[in-house]
Design a protein around this ligand. Structure first.
Ligand SMILES: [Zn+2]
Length: 304
């Protein structure tokens, strides 16, 4: 089906394409925004609003008019203490925090209450062309799904659904929201039988909701000896995540879970000196195959 590829490509990676054009094509240098301001400027100061160079660079090669380019979205850098609703109010975002969330779903992840200082959010008023080229919004994706459900047998509907999985596949989140990190990965000492800490500890008080960092299948749910009550999830990419010392478990082995789905509550079961969530990323289901869990999550686009 020649239609598929054609439909998908323009949607998939507009930013990259923009950078490639700017980097290799001499013509891109004359873009009005960059030329006029001389702005390879320093990154936006915390909390300030600037025209986004990336968007502008992207918009121009796509033969958008100068007027449209000028209207290209501004960005906002999240500062400590921000929430989506605060930012929406402060920046008068039409459509409020929900619109802000929908426009920045890929940056923020599955939990709109969890944003981090330093994250760059796109503020409304995007040029229509740039808007379309950006990642599909939640609304358009669910519309695609609806269309798929209603019209699955109709061949014409098929190309529409193709864009959906590419975006959803890489969705990852933190196992707990807004919790500080205690003992880091690979801390050394006598507390660990391997000689180093095989995971990262989140300083979660008992009863904190513990979530699957990504979609997958529960392979272990129960007593894990010194890990106390633990859950291990296998993800689509073959990696495993482990959640230990839980006070309660709400899933069972074999169960499929989605990104952000509750697995249980944190606690202090097993070999611990106090309540926390011990979290590991592994290349296999068992102890000893650990990798740096925060580095892994960052690779998946999670801002930590
Ligand atoms: Zn630990």
């Amino acid at each position: 089906m020649p239609g598929k590829g054609k439909h998908r490509r323009p949607k998939s990676n507009p930013i990259t394409r923009g950078f490639v054009l700017a980097g290799t094509g001499g013509a891109a240098v004359v873009l009005p925004l960059i030329g006029a301001t001389g702005a390879h400027a320093a990154p936006a100061a915390a909390g300030s609003v600037t025209a986004a160079p990336a968007s502008a660079v992207h918009a121009a090669p796509a033969s958008v008019t100068r007027a449209a380019a000028a209207k290209t979205a501004a960005t906002y850098r999240v500062v400590s203490g921000d929430s989506l609703s605060k930012i929406a109010k402060k920046k008068k975002v039409a459509g409020g925090w929900k619109k802000l969330y929908a426009d920045n779903r890929r940056v923020i992840g599955s939990d709109p209450s969890l944003i981090h200082p330093g994250q760059k959010l796109t503020l409304g008023a995007k040029a229509p062309a740039a808007d379309r080229a950006k990642a599909p919004t939640t609304a358009s994706r669910s519309a695609e799904r609806t269309a798929l459900k209603k019209a699955a047998p109709v061949k014409k509907a098929a190309p529409v659904k193709k864009a959906a999985p590419a975006v959803k596949a890489s969705a990852f989140t933190l196992p707990v929201s807004g919790i500080a990190i205690g003992t880091p990965y690979h801390a050394s000492g006598s507390n660990w039988s391997s000689g180093y800490h095989t995971g990262v500890d989140f300083l979660a008080p008992s009863g904190t909701v513990v979530k699957a960092v990504g979609a997958g299948t529960v392979v272990t749910a129960g007593d894990g000896g010194s890990y106390g009550n633990q859950v291990v999830v296998r993800h689509a990419d073959g990696m495993y995540s482990q959640y230990a010392h839980l006070s309660s478990i709400t899933v069972s082995a074999g169960q499929t879970v989605s990104e952000g789905q509750q697995l249980g509550l944190s606690g202090a079961t097993g070999n611990v000196t106090g309540p926390h969530l011990h979290f590991e990323i592994r290349t296999g289901p068992d102890y000893g195959s650990d990798v740096d869990p925060l580095a892994f999550l960052r690779q998946q686009g999670v801002v930590i």
